[in-house]
Design a protein around this ligand. Structure first.
Ligand SMILES: NC(=O)c1ccc[n+]([C@@H]2O[C@H](COP(=O)([O-])OP(=O)(O)OC[C@H]3O[C@@H](n4cnc5c(N)ncnc54)[C@H](OP(=O)(O)O)[C@@H]3O)[C@@H](O)[C@H]2O)c1
Length: 235
């Protein structure tokens, strides 16, 4: 007797608004079950999505800067399985022009913790939820490319995403024959609170392409640093 395959499921960390929320909506539109995380108890666009699709969207709470919250989420998710785990949460400096030599230690630690350490803590803690054939991803940035940095600016943000890329490579290198796909996504410069008004692309344009790339990448075990057209970004 053959069983009916269940709809695929994704856990998106940092899905309250912006790209994470838009990804949640896109995966729902494609028939996926989405568990998305938010910080705190304030209603967010993800709550609206959950109201529209109560059978498809579940909400969990997580601040990726808080190891005890990561451990609590791991315990709550114990026994669950997700076809994809995607860490979208990220931040930037309050002043994007601040140089690495003049940024305050507090600001440096804040950005590095949220953009590099937090995502890796989440991935290490939750990786068992993703079986062989699944995908573990994180939202990097084209700004994280060391090779492509010929214009400077956003120095601390760039460094944090380059650090994320390096930590993800270290994570991937632990297994010589990985059975899961891993993606560092460089989505392009997109109009969000973080991207700002000058960004050339809208979420409506970019997010379906991001999702297309993640879906296609599932067939390719191992780590890739990809843009939203599926092209490899120089490390
Ligand atoms: N927009 C772009 O042009 C662009 C380009 C390349 C890469 N990215 C990356 O894409 C990701 C999303 O960016 P966005 O443009 O959508 O920015 P956004 O609108 O500012 O959204 C940031 C998201 O990250 C969450 N977040 C921040 N700190 C968190 C923490 N400590 N714990 C849990 N969640 C946290 C936020 O939650 P709250 O609502 O609770 O604050 C929000 O859901 C980031 O990693 C960013 O670096 C963006």
């Amino acid at each position: 007797m053959s069983s009916i395959p269940s709809d695929p499921a994704i856990l998106i960390v940092g899905a309250s608004r912006g790209l994470g929320h838009a990804m949640a909506a896109e995966f729902v539109a494609r028939g996926w079950h989405v568990t998305g995380t938010v910080r705190g108890s304030t209603p967010t666009p993800l709550h609206n999505l959950a109201q529209q699709h109560p059978a498809r969207v579940a909400i969990e709470t997580l601040d990726i800067d808080m190891p005890e919250q990561i451990a609590a989420l791991r315990d709550r998710m114990s026994g669950r399985s997700f076809d994809m785990l995607f860490v979208n949460a990220g931040t930037t400096t309050h002043d994007e022009h601040v140089r690495i030599g003049t940024v305050t230690t507090d600001e440096f630690v804040r950005v590095m913790t949220t953009n590099a350490l937090g995502p890796m803590r989440v991935i290490e803690a939750l990786q068992q939820l993703v079986p062989a054939g699944g995908l573990i991803g994180a939202m990097s940035s084209g700004q994280g490319s060391v090779a492509n940095n010929e214009t400077g600016l956003r120095e601390v943000y760039r460094g944090s995403k380059a650090a994320l890329n390096m930590f993800m490579r270290s994570f991937a290198a632990r297994d010589a024959a990985p059975k899961r796909a891993m993606v560092l996504m460089a989505p392009g410069w997109i109009r969000t609170d973080l991207g700002g008004d000058k960004a050339p692309y809208t979420m409506e344009e970019a997010v379906p392409q991001v999702v297309d790339v993640l879906l296609a990448a599932r067939a390719m075990p191992g780590l890739r640093y990809l843009d939203r057209f599926g092209r490899t970004v120089p490390w």
